[in-house]
Design a protein around this ligand. Structure first.
Ligand SMILES: [Zn+2]
Ligand SMILES: [Zn+2]
Length: 344
């Protein structure tokens, strides 16, 4: 079968490999669609030894069951599914609570992270990782598993503060951000301020229903402050889907005293947190800071329900498998609007 594999640090190749077989408890899935994620760029850029090499990338997968391995119950060939990508140890305190994204044994384990992923014609996954998607378009189903799930989990963590009448600032209206915005609209009654460098992304945010859009840049803080008021007031919640120095600085300067910062994006910025009462403080008093990671399979079930109900729609740009390397280059350049989805 054809597969797109990381064959050396930084090297992504479209190549031919043997079609894998489902072992006990596993399913062979014919891949219908795979989302291209910024995390894949981090995997590619990681030094040798951090991730297995060679490895087929792709952790945002939807497909059709082809064959089932020994002992698999509940799944038959022809059924369509989305893949919950995380594989925790299954035995630690977090996993037992269904929080495999907080596994105390396996730090970042999963399909396309620590074993072959979905950028191929077929992928083998544990049957326990599959969630049914019915007749949903698979290019819509795939992005739900990360671009949908990760913001949903972040919103879940912030939900006690997302009361009617509060304000949430969403920074970065890309693959995750445009889904996060819809999740906020579908599950809360907050006022949403969308921030991005790109006019096209801000137009998308407006079309989706953001109440205010603010171009990122030197005067973004002032503009957002104009909407949320001066300190110690401010945004109740800030979701930063970028995580660059500039966005983290914007986030901490607009959050309210007692607010919450959720740092979802992995762009390498640093948030200064000091227990001081300076004026202005680097992070306001009583403010919570969370670094969310992906989500739980129960949350993915809820994300799929939102999508099947027509309340969550991924804005996708599709690429054939052979052009996956170009899709990642477009992602690196910032030329992808919404989610890049690769169709084998
Ligand atoms: Zn991802
Ligand atoms: Zn565990």
């Amino acid at each position: 079968m054809r597969a797109v594999r990381m064959t050396a640090p930084g090297v992504l190749e479209h190549t031919e490999v043997p079609t894998p077989e489902a072992g006990p408890g596993e399913v062979l899935l014919r891949v219908g669609a795979v989302g291209a994620c910024h995390s894949d760029l981090h995997i590619l850029d990681a030094p040798a030894g951090v991730f297995p090499i060679p490895m087929t990338l792709g952790h945002e997968i939807a497909g059709t069951v082809d064959t089932v391995g020994a002992g698999v119950v509940g799944w038959s060939p022809g059924e369509r599914a989305a893949v919950y990508g995380i594989i925790g140890c299954g035995r630690c305190r977090a996993c037992l609570r269904g929080e495999e994204n907080r596994c105390r044994v396996i730090p970042v384990g999963g399909i396309g992270l620590s074993r072959d992923g979905g950028l191929a014609e077929y992928v083998v996954v544990p049957a326990s990782r599959l969630l049914p998607v019915g007749d949903m378009d698979l290019t819509q189903a795939a992005p739900l598993t990360d671009a949908g799930l990760t913001p949903y989990h972040a919103v879940e963590l912030a939900r006690p503060r997302l009361r009617p009448g509060t304000t949430c600032v969403v920074i970065g209206i890309g693959g995750l951000g445009h889904m996060g915005l819809q999740i906020l609209l579908a599950t809360t009654a907050v006022r949403i301020v969308a921030v991005d460098t790109s006019t096209a992304a801000l137009d998308l945010a407006s079309r989706l229903g953001a109440h205010h859009v603010v171009p990122a840049g030197p005067d973004a803080v002032e503009k957002i402050r104009g909407l949320v008021g001066p300190p110690p007031d401010g945004a109740d919640v800030v979701l930063d889907f970028v995580g660059a120095q500039a966005t983290l600085d914007t986030a901490r300067q607009v959050v309210a005293t007692g607010g919450q910062l959720l740092l979802v994006g992995l762009a390498g910025g640093t948030l200064p947190v000091r227990p001081v009462a300076d004026e202005p403080p680097p992070v306001p008093l009583e403010t919570g800071v969370v670094v969310p990671f992906w989500g739980t399979s129960a949350e993915l079930h809820e994300v799929i329900a939102l999508a099947r109900d027509g309340r969550l729609h991924a804005d996708v740009q599709t690429f054939p498998l052979a052009e996956a390397p170009q899709a990642y280059e477009a992602l690196r350049r910032g030329d992808v609007h919404g989610r890049a989805v690769i169709v084998p």
